[in-house]
Design a protein around this ligand. Structure first.
Ligand code: CA
Length: 227
């Protein structure tokens, strides 16, 4: 699970990042609202935790921009104690949940688990697309029309999971690189095509009618030719 944290109190931000990492999340942390928004709009995060008062853009403004852009990343807002107005404004702006400062780490983790569960549990360990089933626990790719299966590598699984959970969108090479290899790793862009070709071979191996289509100059999408 990939989280975005935007918090301008550096000590708090670093402590929370560490907490999330210990829980096994992959966290990107920004101290400014505008930088946080630039990261969030890439669409690669499974959840975002936003402070309200931030330099650049406020947590509300980020949330509003996000929803206006059709980006449905689950958002948890961190509000100052007793600012009821803030909570209402935050939820109106499109946040999914809020947590009042100060809070216990355990409560934050519980809220974040609930926040991300929406994405995760709707798959219930298995993602379907066209004639394909992707099994999270075993990394097996299964084609239901001919019962053929093959085991995916971790990266291949994550590529197909990401493409399959964004069925109406074309994903850019940058989005795939950021999602699969991490935010800092621009050098990894070239690996995307290599791993896409491995993944295409697995799709061909199980004789699936699903293909990873390159949309010239834009990116990649899954397409199912079922006629
Ligand atoms: Ca703040």
């Amino acid at each position: 699970m990939k989280l975005l944290l935007v918090e301008d109190e550096v000590r708090m931000a670093d402590a929370l990042s560490e907490l999330f990492r210990q829980e096994g999340y992959d966290v990107d942390c920004f101290y400014r609202g505008d930088e946080g928004w630039n990261a969030l709009k890439t669409g690669v995060y499974d959840g975002a935790i936003l402070d309200v008062m931030l330099p650049g853009l406020s947590g509300f403004e980020i949330t509003e921009k996000c929803r206006k852009a059709g980006n449905l990343t689950p958002i948890l807002m961190l509000t100052a104690k007793g600012e009821l107005e803030d909570k209402i404004t935050g939820l109106d702006a499109g946040a999914d949940d809020y947590l009042t400062k100060p809070f216990q780490p355990g409560e934050l983790l519980a809220r974040v688990r609930a926040l991300c569960r929406r994405t995760a549990s709707s798959w219930d360990g298995m993602i379907s697309f066209g004639d394909l089933q992707l099994h999270k626990d075993t990394l097996m790719l299964h084609c239901i029309t001919n019962s053929e299966s093959v085991r995916l590598s971790d990266k291949e699984y994550r590529i197909l999971e990401y493409l399959a959970s964004n069925q109406c969108r074309i994903l850019t090479k940058e989005q795939l690189a950021v999602k699969i290899w991490g935010y800092e790793n621009e050098a990894e862009y070239n690996k995307v095509e290599v791993y896409l070709s491995f993944t295409r071979k697995k799709l061909a191996f199980v004789n699936s009618a699903v293909e990873i289509k390159a949309v010239r100059g834009v990116g990649y999408e899954l397409r199912w030719s079922h006629e």
